[in-house]
Design a protein around this ligand. Structure first.
Ligand code: GLN
Length: 507
């Protein structure tokens, strides 16, 4: 079989148009790669026959379009393709795809078939994408290492003794190892950015409300967002353009218009210019300088690997030398963000996961039971894994009558203050720069017995989810241990276009 080298969606479309490749041969290529890299355990199910059928149908369609074009007098270029025509996509096992199993990597949903498609999935399909399979993750998207999956862990393709990150570990590795072109994951507290960081691919979490959550199995509803893994910024921009936007099925999804991210990516930054005086505007138009902020406490934090710190500070110096402003801000709330995140998300999770009782949804125990409470207890004890149980217990605790005000209410107050502070920051700055994770990918087992150590690793990612900001992990660094790590960039809510533009200038 001819070797296929995936560079970008635009390049692939060029090759389809000039007839040097076909959707079917590309699908066969990916199926072969998936088979060869089976040990990575990235896919929990491959939709091989279906992907082949869709590819064949797309190839036929393209052939017909080409013939029509030949007959007409229009000889300009190839036929217009749908935005994701023939694009081979993998999806995290928390996104519903009608008629296909979706299990949230849990025994609880073993063999559960999605009765409808998530809005993001439907939009992929409508844009011509080929969904090649569902990808491994931590159970119910709870975790940072992919060690909490009922299917076993996904391995980091760069070093099989290291975790790929989580919870969207399978989605990250599928793009890392060339097992699809782009993939979807979900990010509640870093589950797209942190595995992207650990595997060396781009991970984009849109603003809360930018992409519909309809059909995304809920972990913590006021945090959850569908996210994107890609190998380059234009592909991430295109995917976002396709899946973002208003949805009648999700009232938390914004009705703000969706910019044509992929086209506007390389045009001047209007949002940035509007904040500037006329003379400053001129200088920016020529040099495209940005006002970056970073939190001193984040870079000085004792948990941050010294090499990551050095690399970030060197990057900041490089940006300053190129004419950008890079300003250190004090951020005394840093120590509160992980506890705030874990109080609020476990509270929401304990409520969201109550539907998995073996009656409405989920595993039903075969054991004899005494009464209804016993029946639920059996179903839930057998269906859920250890980490999910821990979070349900934590969440029930912080919501219980005696502790509600001390924990849940307090955490909500902190969340509000964080949001207010961010709004102040964005009055003066275009973007916030930060590490993505305190260390590069760690070894399997290193943190699995210490949930607190695992939770503390989320220190740099949960901020964007608590405040609803869009954030991206840009894999631009290498550690001396051979693993990649990334620069995290955040812009104000719904300023994905600026985020993508800044990112394009940084990679
Ligand atoms: N690691 C975080 C957690 O375990 C993030 C999970 C996520 O974003 N889904 O909650």
């Amino acid at each position: 079989m001819a070797l296929f080298v995936f560079e970008s969606i635009a390049q692939y479309h060029k090759e389809l148009n000039n007839g040097s490749t076909t959707c079917l041969s590309v699908v066969e290529f990916y199926l072969q790669q998936i088979e060869q890299q089976k040990h990575l355990n990235a896919y929990v199910e491959v939709f091989a026959e279906e992907a082949r059928a869709k590819a064949t149908q797309l190839d036929l369609q393209l052939e017909q379009q080409r013939n029509l074009k030949k007959e007409s007098s229009d000889k300009t270029s190839g036929p217009e393709l749908l935005p994701l025509f023939g694009v081979v996509v993998g999806i995290k096992d928390v996104l519903c795809y009608e008629g296909h199993t979706v299990s949230a990597a849990s025994r609880m949903l073993n063999n559960f078939k999605a009765p409808y498609s998530a809005t993001s999935i439907q939009r992929l399909l409508d844009a011509g994408a080929i969904i090649i399979g569902r990808l491994n993750c931590d159970e119910f998207a709870m975790g940072s290492s992919n060690e909490n999956s009922a299917y076993g862990p996904t391995l980091n393709a760069l070093d099989n003794s290291r975790v790929p990150g989580g919870s969207s570990g399978g989605s990250a590795v599928a793009v890392q190892a060339g097992l699809c072109m782009v993939s979807l994951g979900s990010d509640t507290g870093g589950s797209v950015r942190q595995p992207a960081d650990f595997t060396g691919v781009i991970g984009l979490k849109p603003s809360y409300g930018r992409v519909s959550r309809y059909g995304l199995i809920a972990y913590a509803s006021s945090f959850d967002q569908v996210g994107i893994f890609a190998r380059n910024i234009p592909d991430a921009a295109l995917l976002l353009e396709v899946i973002a936007g208003q949805d009648a099925f999700d009232s938390t999804c914004s009705s703000l218009p969706v910019p044509a991210y992929s086209k506007e990516l390389f045009q001047p930054d209007a949002a940035l210019f509007s904040r500037m005086e006329a003379p400053a505007m001129e200088s920016v138009q020529h040099s495209k300088t940005y006002k970056f902020a970073y939190f001193r406490d984040a870079v000085e934090h004792p948990s941050l690997d010294p090499e990551i710190k050095t690399a970030l500070l060197a990057k900041f110096d490089e940006l300053k030398a190129a004419g950008h402003q890079v300003t250190a801000l004090e951020f005394p709330l840093l120590e509160y963000i992980v506890p705030t995140y874990y109080i609020l998300t476990t509270a929401e999770a304990s409520s969201n996961l109550s539907r998995f009782d073996g009656v409405r949804y989920g595993h039903r125990s075969a054991e004899p039971v005494e009464d209804l409470a016993d029946f639920y207890a059996h179903n839930r004890s057998e269906g859920f894994g250890k980490e999910v149980k821990r979070r349900i217990l934590l969440g029930s605790f912080v919501l219980s009558a005696g502790y509600y005000d001390a924990y849940f209410t307090k955490a909500q107050q902190v969340r509000r203050r964080l949001f207010d502070q961010t709004q102040l920051i964005f009055k003066d700055f275009d973007a916030i720069l930060a590490p993505t994770a305190p260390t590069p990918a760690f070894k399997f087992g290193e943190k699995s017995d210490d949930p607190i150590a695992m939770y503390l690793g989320d220190i740099y990612t949960v901020f964007a989810n608590l405040t609803g900001l869009p954030a991206i992990a840009l894999p631009i660094f290498w550690h001396s241990n051979g693993m990649p790590f990334s620069l995290q960039v955040m812009t104000n809510r719904f300023e994905e276009l600026s985020l993508l533009r800044v990112s394009a200038s940084l990679v």
